[in-house]
Structures are given as structure tokens and as C-alpha cells.
Design a protein around this ligand. Structure first.
Ligand SMILES: Cc1cc2nc3c(=O)[nH]c(=O)nc-3n(C[C@H](O)[C@H](O)[C@H](O)COP(=O)(O)O)c2cc1C
Length: 153
């Protein structure tokens, strides 16, 4: 019988350590997103990365082994610290579309970020998996609406 690898999801959060100076920071984030997208496309990983008030929150989906090796790299990356896993489980199907979409607080995302208050949950140190998961899906919905794409789910 074929040894099929299963679909999994990882959600983690961490503190961003990137430069405070905005030009440098934008360049650093651009570089991070470009290289992560390339690798995720290759590994068939879909993900949404949020950066709000110094906190990264990242939901990733993909093949168990691909997620495993990607997360190993991510967890030792010096562009963030205090990486903490919120959820790591098998899932029946994917819910995210982009290979990696970085979302920061702006006019489009702020309502959702305020509603879910991820930054407060991260500060307390015990964010609930469902809260972060639902927030990521709401952010994706916003993103799709902004791009004129009807909700798929
Ligand atoms: C917050 C954060 C999120 C990241 N997300 C991804 C990701 O989704 N996929 C990925 O391949 N690398 C991601 N990276 C980058 C990896 O940590 C690593 O630097 C990158 O994969 C290049 O590794 P390599 O040069 O050793 O191949 C992320 C890094 C940070 C700080």
C-alpha cells in the first residue's frame, strides 16, 4: 500500500525582531515574503502570515513532512524570537489559497484585527487555536473581497 502523507496545519506565533526603521523593515519583509513564497509554492504549502504590533501569527497548511521541515527552518530564523506553537494537527482539507500572504494592520485588515484582538491574546501567551484560525479565515475573506474574488468556501 502507498504510504500517503497526511495534510496538516500548523499555527504559531512569535515576536518580530526586524528593524524598527520603516524603509529597512519593508525591504527585510519583502525579502522574507519573496523567498518564503518561492519555497512554499515548491512544497505546496498554503499560508497566511499576520504581522500586528510586533507579533507574527502564521497559519500554514500542507503535507505533514513538508510542514515539518519548513517549520524547523522557520523556528531557528533570527528575524523573530520566542516562536510558540498554538496548534499542530491533521486536517481533512485546505482552507487557505495563497502560498504566503503577509498581512499587516491597514485600512482593510484593521476591523478584523480589532474584532479578534490577536495581539492581546498573544500578549497573554495563551491564544486559542480557534480564535487564531477564525481570524486567519476572516482576513483571507477580506483579501479575496478586496481583489474582487467571490468567497470560495
Ligand atoms: C515569521 C516568518 C515566517 C516565515 N515563513 C516561511 C514560510 O512560510 N516558508 C518558508 O519556506 N520560509 C519561511 N520563513 C523563512 C525561513 O525561516 C527561512 O529563512 C527560509 O525558508 C530560507 O531558508 P534557507 O535559506 O535555509 O533555505 C519565515 C521566516 C519568518 C521569520
Amino acid at each position: 500500500m502507498l504510504n500517503r502523507s497526511s495534510l496538516s496545519r500548523i499555527i504559531y506565533f512569535s515576536r518580530c525582531t526586524l528593524d524598527k526603521e520603516s524603509v529597512t523593515r519593508t525591504e527585510q519583509l519583502d525579502r522574507l515574503v519573496r523567498s518564503s513564497r518561492r519555497q512554499n509554492e515548491f512544497a505546496l504549502i498554503t499560508s497566511i502570515l499576520v504581522l500586528d504590533r510586533g507579533w507574527f501569527g502564521h497559519m500554514m497548511e500542507g503535507d505533514r513532512d513538508a510542514l515539518n521541515s519548513t517549520f524547523k527552518r522557520i523556528s531557528t530564523d533570527s528575524r523573530h524570537k520566542e516562536v510558540r506553537i498554538i496548534e499542530w494537527r491533521e486536517i481533512p482539507r485546505r482552507e487557505l489559497l495563497p502560498s504566503l500572504e503577509l498581512l499587516e494592520r491597514n485600512l482593510i485588515s484593521q476591523d478584523v484585527l480589532d474584532k479578534f484582538a490577536l495581539d492581546e491574546a498573544f500578549s497573554r501567551g495563551t491564544p486559542k487555536p480557534t480564535l487564531v484560525h477564525d481570524c486567519m479565515l476572516a482576513l483571507q475573506q477580506n483579501l479575496l473581497a478586496k481583489r474582487g474574488i467571490e468567497a470560495l468556501t
